[in-house]
Each structure stands twice: as structure tokens, then as C-alpha cells.
Design a protein around this ligand. Structure first.
Ligand code: F6P
Length: 324
């Protein structure tokens, strides 16, 4: 029998669509197993400042379809200090909280690892970030919604690009990762995709743009924000080489973080929420629940963090082949 009676859930780092579905799953799974469940507001800041509230089944009603996070989120500087973590531990002890579920990305799991190391608190993570830049899961919660938002935006921009015979450079999110750029690029028929994981061969890309010009009126280049140059610089390089091209830049920004989660993100968050709580009850800690080839799997935080998915070069090849 597990000794865990009281658990708390928090969301941390950048928000991502599906976090609410994850909170709902954790709260309801906890209640299903007879636990008391608390919600921590504003990520680790809420642990440090004692912003911890009791959650019941009703408190998570009607949120599965909502973007953002009802618990709010933050990137906590206080929790990065030893004193902050001590205060956080004192606060959870006061409420008798035995274990945590944290939903976020690499910063969230780095904080969790420190907390386990210092205070031996059982913690399970759920991957919540639009960037999909964690190992131990094929997809992170929010990624599918984000790429569908990008696809929708690029399709609209394509209408203008086609009507005016323009080339659009579109910058998408992904601080250290080109996975949003790559998938959205393939699915919008982009002429090129520039990502931080692969060194850009400008000569090849610029040559290709000219070669394929006769076949198409509009051209779309997708650039991940984490790429060295960013969309504005890429556009300047194109204009420098082809002054007669009509080039525009569109930076999609935070529109990619919001909105109703897709079915895929809701199901992913629900499955991982159930797995996270049941994992804690089975004695797991210091691991992230993820989905690999359709199966729930647990990966130690140390492996999930910064083990960015290797870029599938088949996908980059597809962009090139299909952009003729
Ligand atoms: O990690 C998610 C993400 O959206 C990145 O793609 C982006 O670089 C970053 O967060 C921006 O974060 P914020 O605007 O919250 O500082």
C-alpha cells in the first residue's frame, strides 16, 4: 500500500494547450484513488509563496477544452535558490503534501530533480511544452495544437502570397528546436525550412528558390526562431540576392501557445495525467510520463531534459524533394 495520501499538481514554464486537460486528469485520478489533491498556482512560485489550493472534481469541470492553464504558470527564479526550495518544502510539509505532479518542460524537470535531491519528495513529470523538445515521449502536450495553429496561419498567408506573387518568410516558435518548423513546413508545402539543428546552406537554398520560381507564384520559407538568424535576417539575405523578389516577413509569435487543444493533445494529457498519479502510487519518482509508440513509458528526468529529438533527416529531405 502506498503511503501517499496528499498530492499537488502544478504547471510551470511556458503554457501549452492541453495543460488544463492534464490538470483535470491528475485531479480526478487522485480523487478516484482516494487521495486529497491540491493545485499550486503560478508554478514553483506558488510552492515558495504558499499559493496552494484544495482541488475537487468540480474545480476541474469544463476545462478540458480550454487553452492556457487554470493554475497559471511561471518561470520561477525563487525556486532556483536553495532558500526558495527550503520555503517550498516547508509549505508542502505544513499541508501534509506527500508528492507532486509537475507539468512543463526542461526547466520544470531540472527544478524537480533538485527538489528531489534535496528533500526526497516524490515527483512525477508530464511533458507540457509546444516545442516537443523532450526525450522520452514522441509528442509533448501542446505540440500538436501549436503545429495546427501554424498550419492554419500559413495557409492563410499562402493566399496572400499567391495573390501577390510574393515570398513570405514565416518565423515560428522553438527556442532550441526546429520541430514546430519542420512539421508545419511539410504540411504547408513550404519551399524551405530553416532550423537550429541543421546548419543552413544559404547558397543551396537561394539557388533552389530561383530554380523553382517558374513553377510557383508564391513561396513560403519557414524559419524556427531558434535558428541563428531569425526571420528578418533570412529575408534580408533573400532580398540581397534577389532584389526583384517581393518579400514579406511574418512572425507568428504567441498565437502558437494559445487556443483550444486538439483532440490529440487532450487525449495525450489525459493518458499521461492518469499515468503520473498511478506512477506515484506505484512508488515512481524523478521520472516523466511520456507516450512512445502509443504506450505510456517513464523516463528519468535526467534523460528527458535536453535530449532533444534527433532531427529525422527523412523529413528535411521531404521538404526538399517536394518543393520543386
Ligand atoms: O518553450 C516554449 C516557448 O514558446 C518557446 O518556443 C519560446 O522560445 C519561448 O517559449 C518563449 O517564451 P516566453 O515568451 O514565455 O518568454
Amino acid at each position: 500500500m502506498s503511503k501517499i495520501k496528499n498530492i499537488a499538481v502544478l504547471t510551470s514554464g511556458g503554457d501549452s494547450p492541453g495543460m488544463n486537460a492534464g490538470i483535470r486528469a491528475v485531479v480526478r485520478t487522485g480523487i478516484y484513488h482516494g487521495l486529497n489533491v491540491f493545485g499550486v498556482r503560478r508554478g514553483y512560485n506558488g510552492l515558495v509563496n504558499g499559493e496552494i489550493v484544495s482541488m475537487d472534481a468540480k474545480s476541474v469541470a469544463n476545462i478540458i477544452q480550454r487553452g492556457g492553464t487554470i493554475l497559471k504558470t511561471a518561470r520561477s527564479e525563487e525556486f532556483m535558490t536553495k532558500e526558495g526550495r527550503q520555503q517550498a518544502f516547508d509549505n508542502i510539509q505544513k499541508l501534509g503534501i506527500d508528492a507532486l505532479v509537475v507539468i512543463g518542460g526542461d526547466g520544470t524537470f531540472t527544478g524537480a530533480s533538485k527538489f528531489i535531491e534535496e528533500f526526497d519528495v516524490p515527483i512525477i513529470g508530464m511533458p507540457g511544452t509546444i516545442d516537443n523538445d523532450l526525450a522520452g515521449t514522441d509528442f509533448t502536450i501542446g505540440y500538436d495544437t501549436a503545429i495546427n495553429t501554424v498550419v492554419d496561419a500559413v495557409d492563410k498567408i499562402r493566399d496572400t502570397a499567391e495573390s501577390h506573387d510574393r515570398l513570405f518568410v514565416i518565423e515560428v516558435m522553438g527556442r532550441d528546436s526546429g520541430l514546430i518548423a519542420l512539421r508545419s513546413g511539410i504540411s504547408t508545402g513550404a519551399e524551405a525550412v530553416l532550423i537550429p539543428e541543421i546548419e543552413v546552406d544559404y547558397t543551396a537554398i537561394l539557388d533552389r528558390l530561383d530554380k523553382t520560381r517558374k513553377n510557383k507564384a508564391s513561396r513560403i520559407i519557414i524559419v524556427a526562431e531558434g535558428d541563428d538568424e531569425g526571420g528578418l535576417v533570412v529575408a534580408d539575405k533573400i532580398k540581397e540576392r534577389y532584389p526583384n523578389y517581393d518579400v514579406r516577413v511574418s512572425i507568428l509569435g504567441h498565437i502558437q501557445r494559445g487556443g483550444k487543444p486538439t483532440c490529440m493533445d487532450r487525449v495525450l494529457a489525459s493518458r499521461l495525467g492518469v499515468a503520473a498519479v498511478e506512477g506515484l502510487l506505484e512508488g515512481r519518482r524523478g521520472e516523466m510520463a511520456g507516450l512512445i509508440c502509443g504506450q505510456v513509458q517513464f523516463t528519468p528526468f535526467s534523460k528527458a531534459i535536453k535530449h532533444i529529438h534527433e532531427i529525422n533527416t527523412n523529413l528535411t529531405r521531404i521538404v526538399e524533394i517536394l518543393s520543386l
